[in-house]
Ligand binder design. Structure first.
Ligand code: PTT
Ligand code: SF4
Length: 610
């Protein structure tokens, strides 16, 4: 088989054992890689009801057929597991040389189960895997951990690790790499911590099997050159995702004070141009010539990397308008290994809950020092931080007193940085995303703003499905960064050419879309298998705040979502997807996608419609 190595490394931490296993070529052809592999492995191997923080859960690092070949923006992998935050399928995408090294070591994916008796580092070098005592690493933050491991292994080693948040099983702990890449929002860092696994070090020196190596080399060079010619390239290098702050402010989608408003009076102080004034360098993922991590010196005089999402969730959403201070909070989140988006959500929730006097704790909007202390309390599960460490849904359930009205999540995963009071299609995107509220599957808000925000039209549903296939399906399976295409207009045809050179196969977009739908439906089946008869249509609904409390400021003042129209839109989405009125795939749909075996298994948990 070309393109794929055809091998998964199965690691059992109970036994300190690692076995390289060939897998069926049909798995590669049907599920491509990354998210597709993770979904297939978790569906096949996890018993429903498995405790996400138990040894039985599987932590998966999965690459795609393009990873490691030196193609533009392909230095990423997916980290996945059953999520402790949502109780179902969870994953994230992280740019790291660990992805490249894992493939060069010979593996398309590494699947880790069990729990080490005491903390370990897993070191995988080509066909040798060793388990190294990590007692001295436990308690270090993710930057310290990686720096120490770098001093032991080769400079080229790829490392992913967790910080104290992962060790303390904070439900939104992430996996961190390269001082600023963080992935696995739905608690993948906690799953790693539950296994006593502090870090994984990958070193690989094998050639990857390309069907047409010469074509691959030429295409790679041509792709890099093409990216440099794109009109938006220079501005992207200047600001990366940060220019979205100004865009969001103009369009009233900037989460402010726990998604109460869509505009922030200090937006100009936290946007792309403000960032440019303090920017010192740019860094990013391996194999990328459009690196987008904006490095600034924060208020603690440390280097921190800024993206739109982090700035907004740790800035306007908690009422903080000082960019250097926001950068410091972001750096702390990276060091501790906390997802910055969920962190901004739970803290805003706490601030609002305190303001409304539903808790005795005094937690104020926009107070830097107080917020810093709170972040540490969350990571170390101290005091009220322990309640917030469970995520916003669980915190609201524990506190009660109507606080769930301002707990901003879908299916337990906190909302990312787009306010949807006046964006029904984006709200539907959050509602139906494969992992809970994340924009990664379908970021259609900029398109929605152009076509008209008030409509709940069929065209919006079609666009949502198109993007879910492309972003949530194809980019997450290849696994390749979507930014060249989304931000610079790098043409999609490049990817089919890359695939041909790597695998020797023609894999046109209808084939890839089919695989995307297969993966999306398999993940849907996973959710329903976990929730059984507790699964209801209400799982696919955005936060109640967007329906009940209109915006009181800005150009969209008065706007809120219409629950009746949203429900009609959701029903139409289900129909177009081939799902029944509960949002459950029908037998026919699963059969069409080659998932009849899944239908059989799912039929044991819920009644399936024909
Ligand atoms: C992603 C989510 C995002 S989405 C951001 S900023 W973004 C946050 N980044 C965090 C961070 O940083 N530190 C931290 N402690 N927590 C963070 N949580 C948030 O995580 C990221 C880039 C970005 S920056 C985006 S949109 C794109 N995401 C891609 C994706 O999902 N798939 C894909 N094929 N390509 C993508 N390209 C872009 O990658 P999650 P990264 Mg991230 C500091 O992890 O779980 O997927 O959530 O991975 O390597 O840092 O790249 O405005
Ligand atoms: Fe990583 Fe940014 Fe480059 Fe994408 S564009 S590969 S997120 S550095």
């Amino acid at each position: 088989m070309f393109g794929w190595t055809g091998i998964f490394l199965q690691v059992d931490l109970n036994k300190n054992k690692a076995v390289a296993e060939s897998y069926d070529a049909n798995v590669a052809l049907n599920f491509i890689g990354g998210r597709g592999f993770a979904a297939k492995i978790l569906w096949d191997s996890l018993k429903p009801g498995t405790d996400p923080l138990s040894p039985e859960n599987k932590l998966i690092f999965a690459a795609g057929p393009l990873t490691g070949f030196g193609l533009p923006n392909s230095g990423k992998f997916v980290v996945a597991a059953k999520s402790p935050l949502t109780g179902s399928y969870g994953d994230g995408n992280i740019g790291t040389s660990a992805a490249v090294q894992m493939r060069k070591a010979g593996y398309d994916a590494v699947i880790i189960e069990g729990k080490a008796k005491s903390p370990v580092v897993l070191h995988v070098k080509n066909d040798v895997a060793e388990f190294i005592d990590a007692k001295d690493f436990w308690g270090l933050n993710s930057f310290e951990t990686e720096a120490q491991l770098k001093s032991i292994y080769e400079r080229t080693a790829g490392i992913v690790s967790i910080g104290p948040a992962g060790e303390n099983l904070v439900k939104f702990a992430t996996v961190v790499s390269q001082e600023g890449r963080a992935g696995g929002r739905p608690g993948m860092g906690a799953v790693m911590g539950s296994k006593n696994l502090k870090a994984v070090v990958f070193e690989g020196s094998n050639d990857l099997p390309a069907a047409y190596p010469k074509e691959m080399k030429e295409l790679s060079a041509a792709g890099y050159r093409e990216i440099l010619t794109k009109p938006n390239y220079a501005f992207w290098k200047q600001q990366g995702t940060m220019s979205t702050v100004e865009w969001s402010q103009e369009n009233s989608t900037l989460p402010t004070f726990n998604f109460r408003e869509g505009v922030f009076d200090k937006a100009d102080k936290i946007g792309g141009y403000a960032m440019e004034k303090i920017k010192v360098s740019t860094r990013g993922c391996p194999q990328c010539n459009m690196t987008c991590g904006n490095v600034v010196k924060d208020s603690d005089r440390k280097l921190a990397e800024l993206d739109y999402e982090n700035i907004v969730m740790l800035g306007s959403n908690i009422g903080l308008g000082n960019l250097k201070q926001i950068a410091a909070l972001n750096r702390i989140a990276d060091e501790l290994g906390l997802d910055a988006i969920s962190l901004g959500n739970v803290m805003a929730f706490a601030m609002e809950t305190s303001e409304k006097r539903r808790i005795p704790e005094k937690i104020h909007w926009g107070k830097f020092k107080e917020t810093k202390a709170l972040i540490n309390d969350i990571a170390y599960r101290r005091g009220f931080g322990d309640v917030l460490a469970e995520g916003v849904q669980a915190a609201a359930a524990k506190i009660g007193h109507g606080t769930s009205e301002w707990a901003m999540h879908v299916k337990g995963l906190e909302i990312t940085a787009y306010d949807c009071h006046a964006a029904p299609a984006m709200a539907l995107s959050y509602a139906t995303s494969s992992i809970g509220a994340h924009h990664k599957d379908a970021w259609l808000i900029s398109w929605e703003v152009q076509v008209g925000r008030n409509s709940y039209s069929e065209a919006k549903i079609d666009k949502l499905i198109e993007l879910q296939r492309l972003r949530g399906g194809i980019f997450e399976s290849l696994v390749s960064c979507r930014f060249p295409h989304v931000e610079l207009g790098f043409e999609l045809e490049w990817y089919t050419k890359y695939l041909h050179a790597a695998t020797g196969r023609e894999m046109p977009f209808n084939t890839l879309n089919y695989a995307a739908d297969k993966t999306l439906n398999l993940i849907r089946a996973f959710w329903i298998r976990e929730y059984g008869n507790n699964w209801t249509k209400n799982m696919d609904v955005p936060p109640v705040r967007w329906f009940k409390e209109p915006l009181t400021e800005g150009p969209m003042k008065g706007a809120k979502l219409d629950s009746v129209k949203f429900d009609v839109m959701l029903n139409k989405y289900y129909k177009k997807r081939g799902w029944d009125e509960r949002g459950i795939p029908t037998k026919t749909t699963l059969k069409k996608l080659g998932l009849s075996d899944v239908a059989k298994e799912l039929g044991k948990c819920v009644n399936l419609s024909e």
